[in-house]
Design a protein. Structure first.
Length: 256
């Protein structure tokens, strides 16, 4: 199926605030002078359909969220989406992504992989030693280390747990609470990042889609901070606005 007009498909709700961030960044980067010319986005946000990706990876639940994602991707394709993405880094772990690839092997939907897009940007800028801020699940399965031409540096075990709490803590985490006062979260993330800088990293990756919600964090850092949400938004726009080149684009590493 060729790209259908200007329709981008988003699987959101994982988590809800992060999905809005990607949608907003698509609009910010879209070139339009009147609303009728703006790229169209079908944004599905049904959080209750998907089990938590990190809990599945860590063995805390046996229900693989891949099957729910497959259903949503099929829906997006049926509605005419030319490209689509799941707005979650941890959803790209092999136990989840392999099922999606298998179930949609015959699909012509162009899937844009947030991790591959981020790796592409880092490699293009020749950053070879990069610090990763992410969930425990992303660390557990080395999602950013796989196929990366360089070194991805992890925080200490204690600091990995601190980053995970910034995202998941029920009282102050970005995934659920989205507190009005973000000072504590900025301080926590800055301290973890400072330890990575002491290990000689040349850049940092905000490897969970909630972390870019701390939008001023990069201003506090003396190195480049990669925002995968921003990179995903740009890649989706490139994908939907150019002709499809092959019949099966699902889960391919794009170097556009």
């Amino acid at each position: 199926m060729a790209n259908s007009g200007k329709l981008i498909g988003l699987i959101g709700g994982v988590g809800p605030w992060a999905s809005l961030d990607v949608h907003r960044k698509i609009l910010e980067q879209a070139a339009f002078t009147k609303e009728q010319d703006c790229v169209s986005v079908m944004h599905l946000s049904f959080p209750g359909k998907y089990t938590d990706r990190t809990e599945y990876i860590l063995g805390k639940t046996t229900e693989n969220p891949a099957y729910a994602f497959v259903n949503e991707l099929r829906l997006l394709e049926a509605q005419g989406a030319g490209c689509a993405a799941i707005i979650c880094n941890t959803a790209h772990a092999a136990p989840i992504l392999n099922v999606i690839e298998e179930e949609l092997a015959e699909s012509s939907l162009q899937y844009v992989n947030i991790i591959h897009e981020t790796q592409r940007a880092v490699e293009k800028n020749d950053h070879r030693r990069v610090g990763l801020l992410a969930t425990l699940g992303t660390y557990e399965l080395d999602l950013y280390r796989k196929d990366f031409n360089g070194t991805i540096v992890y925080p200490s075990k204690k600091n990995r747990e601190r980053v995970h709490n910034i995202i998941y803590n029920a009282q102050y985490g970005l995934k659920s609470a989205m507190p009005k006062d973000l000072t504590f979260l900025y301080n926590e993330l800055t301290e973890v990042a400072s330890d990575l800088l002491d290990e000689g990293v040349e850049a940092l990756i905000l490897g969970c889609t909630e972390l870019p919600l701390l939008s001023d964090f990069s201003k506090c850092m003396p190195v480049q901070v990669y925002d995968p949400n921003q990179l995903l938004a740009a890649a989706l726009l490139r994908s939907v606005l150019q002709p499809a080149t092959t019949t099966s684009q699902l889960v391919t590493k794009q170097y556009i």
